[in-house]
Design a protein around this ligand. Structure first.
Ligand SMILES: [Fe+2]
Ligand SMILES: [Fe+2]
Length: 205
């Protein structure tokens, strides 16, 4: 007696993503990889200055740097399966991030923590958008970003605790850095961040 082969259980096979969604996911990975690389450069420059001038800040900055290195490696590892590659102009993040970290560290502890708070708040906003999009489309990447967002939030809270008495100058500095971070994201991805934000709006929030 022969048996017909079992029919594949179609319900168990995830449907392929629409091309537009797959492209958006590739952009999400690229933008985040660039952002993490920029954060590595910011914290590296700040540690360099802090070792000379603000030594008490070094342990926390070094911990954050380790986190950013791990985040960067996670996004790099996520790239091949999603047909994503590092952005073509990582130098923007390299030099821009380093200069941002160096200059803010020269401004002293408030400069360091205002920079951290501004960058991490901007990153947090982007990650929230990404999580919303990925929840049903890429659960694996969603889980990675969820864990990373927890650590970014810890960085943000650490910085904000040290900015207990914000003033107009600090708020202005935070606004400028947040704007610069968005510009760097846009430049380093040739506008991908704008196209991605548009794609995220299109799918509904
Ligand atoms: Fe990070
Ligand atoms: Fe961070």
């Amino acid at each position: 007696m022969t048996f017909a082969p079992l029919a594949p259980d179609d319900a168990m096979v995830p449907a392929p993503l629409p091309k537009r969604d797959a492209l958006t996911i590739a952009r999400i990975v690229r933008v985040n990889h660039a952002g993490e690389f920029g954060a590595i450069r910011i914290y590296s420059a700040q540690i360099l200055v802090a070792k000379l001038l603000w030594r008490d800040c070094v342990p926390a900055l070094a911990e954050m740097l380790e986190d950013e290195r791990r985040h960067c490696a996670i996004f790099r590892a996520a790239m091949p399966a999603r047909h994503s590659r590092p952005c073509r102009v990582m130098q923007f993040w390299s030099y821009g991030g380093w200069m941002l970290g160096f200059v803010t560290a020269l401004l002293g502890r408030p400069g360091i923590w205002a920079c951290t708070a501004a960058v991490e708040a901007t990153v947090h906003r982007h990650l929230d958008d990404h999580l919303h999009f990925l929840a049903t489309r890429d659960p694996e990447l969603h889980a990675d970003i969820l864990a990373i967002r927890e650590e970014e939030l810890a960085h943000l809270l650490h910085a904000e605790e040290r900015l207990a008495a914000p003033n107009i100058a600090l708020n202005g500095l935070r606004a400028i850095i947040a704007f610069a971070t968005d510009v760097l994201i846009w430049l380093s991805t040739w506008g991908d961040s704008t196209r991605m934000a548009r794609a995220l709006r299109v799918v509904g929030r």
